[in-house]
Design a protein around this ligand. Structure first.
Ligand SMILES: Cc1cc2nc3c(=O)[nH]c(=O)nc-3n(C[C@H](O)[C@H](O)[C@H](O)COP(=O)(O)OP(=O)(O)OC[C@H]3O[C@@H](n4cnc5c(N)ncnc54)[C@H](O)[C@@H]3O)c2cc1C
Length: 411
């Protein structure tokens, strides 16, 4: 195996896999396999839901991003034969062989075995999830009669967001702003009801105290109902059952959205390598999978021991790991010593509705519309490739980033 003919196979075209492929360009024969044709900048999926950004901004086509020498396969990896060094894809009879493997298939929604959740709650991880939720909100609005009493409007427009982490906060505030705007535009009486349900005693447990106050103020202002120390017992087609202080409450809902946790992708689950109790693949500080020096693991599927807990399971971490991964894959092929790296927190940015955000950077918090602009700027810089960043930056600068109202369907 030499630097020019080493077969490097990367599974997953997200923050870990795509950025590793971009960094590695020019090394060996690279193949990237992803089950979607596009990369997804997930931190802005909320803005896609609200129409503040378009699909091409945050979900560019993988082939357009990659160097032409990188082979891209759109497909689902079913299995990896670590001993024979090859991967098996769905709908493809021939296995794909490799010399070096990078495993970065990310996470999936974890419904934690709650009755009805997987069947009836909506996930929020990919573009189609956002499309489906937007449609559900629009349909709920379309069903409200123009002369409906305020309490009927509120009942028909009740949405529950399960999970009080940053995702739950960002999603619920966007939904509340979008729905309230639509109610106003349609001259309906009353207002929508958006709730966050969280098992712990407070929201955003992983977030610093400095930024928490801004989050709590924003939720109050946008009138998102917060239900902490509350467990979801059941989700049905039309509602949700909650338990608080041993009392059960049933609520009719237009939709329940589940952002209460993740687990590793089924592919990572199927790999017979050392894992921790949550199923995360144990990797050395070089990102090599334990026992397999030619296999690297990163992103949401990998447990890297030397990382502050708040960084785990974030794009910030996957992105930083991709740099180390690319460097170590190259060193491994060249027979050079592999490196380790200390990963740092790059700051926190949370959107709070369609007009506000809060950004924590260098120990200082800014909030309001300015923070919203800062968040857009910060995320532009983290999009893949200079070319894409410039196109998106120009589009946001010149065309603006206003939300797209929830128009009645068929308009
Ligand atoms: C809505 C949302 C908002 C978020 N906001 C933030 C934020 O603000 N800040 C932050 O730091 N983090 C955020 N995160 C978390 C962050 O997105 C993840 O930590 C990050 O994407 C992990 O990168 P990854 O490469 O491990 O996985 P991903 O980016 O998820 O990429 C994995 C890729 O592999 C593909 N794949 C999976 N299985 C297979 C298979 N069998 N075959 C082929 N391809 C496969 C997937 O489709 C996906 O394209 C957010 C996540 C979500 C869902």
């Amino acid at each position: 195996m030499t630097q020019s003919d080493a077969r490097i196979l990367i599974i997953g075209g997200g923050f870990g896999g795509l950025f590793t492929a971009l960094d590695l360009a020019g090394t060996g024969e690279i193949t990237l396999i992803n089950n979607e044709d596009h990369f997804l900048f997930k931190p802005m999926l909320y803005e896609y839901l609200s129409g503040e950004v378009e699909a091409w901004h945050i979900a560019p086509d993988c082939r357009e991003l990659l160097d032409e020498k990188v082979r891209f396969i759109r497909g689902v990896v079913l299995n990896v034969d670590l001993d024979a060094r090859r991967v098996i894809l769905a709908d493809r009879p021939e296995p794909v062989p490799y010399d070096v493997l990078v495993v970065a298939p990310g996470a999936v929604t974890n419904y934690a075995g709650v009755e009805g959740a997987e069947q009836f709650a909506l996930p929020f991880r990919v573009l189609n999830d956002a499309n489906r939720l937007r449609r559900r909100m629009t349909e709920a609005l379309d069903h409200v009669q123009p002369d409906a009493a305020p309490q009927d409007t509120r009942g028909a427009l009740t949405f529950a967001v399960v999970g009080g982490g940053a995702s739950g906060v960002e999603l619920s505030t966007k939904m509340a702003d979008l729905l309230r705007d639509a109610v106003k535009r349609r001259a309906l009486k009353g207002e929508p009801r958006v709730l966050i349900v969280e098992m712990a005693d407070r929201l955003v447990p992983g977030m610093g105290e400095e930024i928490r106050k801004f989050v709590e103020d924003a939720l109050e202002k946008i009138r998102v109902e917060v239900h902490t120390e509350t467990r979801v017992v059941r989700v049905t087609e039309r509602g949700i059952t909650l338990e608080h202080n041993q009392t059960h409450t049933e609520l009719e809902t237009a939709a329940v959205v589940w952002v209460a946790g993740v687990r590793v992708s089924p592919l990572a689950e199927s790999l017979k390598v050392e894992k921790d109790r949550r199923g995360l693949i144990l990797v050395e500080r070089t990102l090599q999978v334990r026992g397999y020096p030619n296999v690297f693991g990163l992103g949401d599927v990998a447990f890297y021991s030397d990382v502050v807990p708040t960084l785990a399971g974030t794009a910030q971490l996957a992105l930083q790991e991709s740099g180390l991964c690319a460097r170590n894959v190259r060193a491994f092929i060249e027979g050079n010593p592999l490196k380790t790296k200390r990963f740092i927190e790059l700051g926190e940015a949370v959107s709070l509705g369609t007009e506000h955000a809060a950004v924590l950077s260098a120990g200082k918090v800014i909030s309001g519309p300015l923070a919203r602009q800062a968040r857009f700027a910060m995320y532009t810089a983290r999009l893949p490739t200079w070319h894409h960043r410039l196109r998106v930056g120009a589009s946001w600068f010149f065309e603006g980033t206003q939300p797209r109202p929830l128009q009645p369907l068929g308009f």
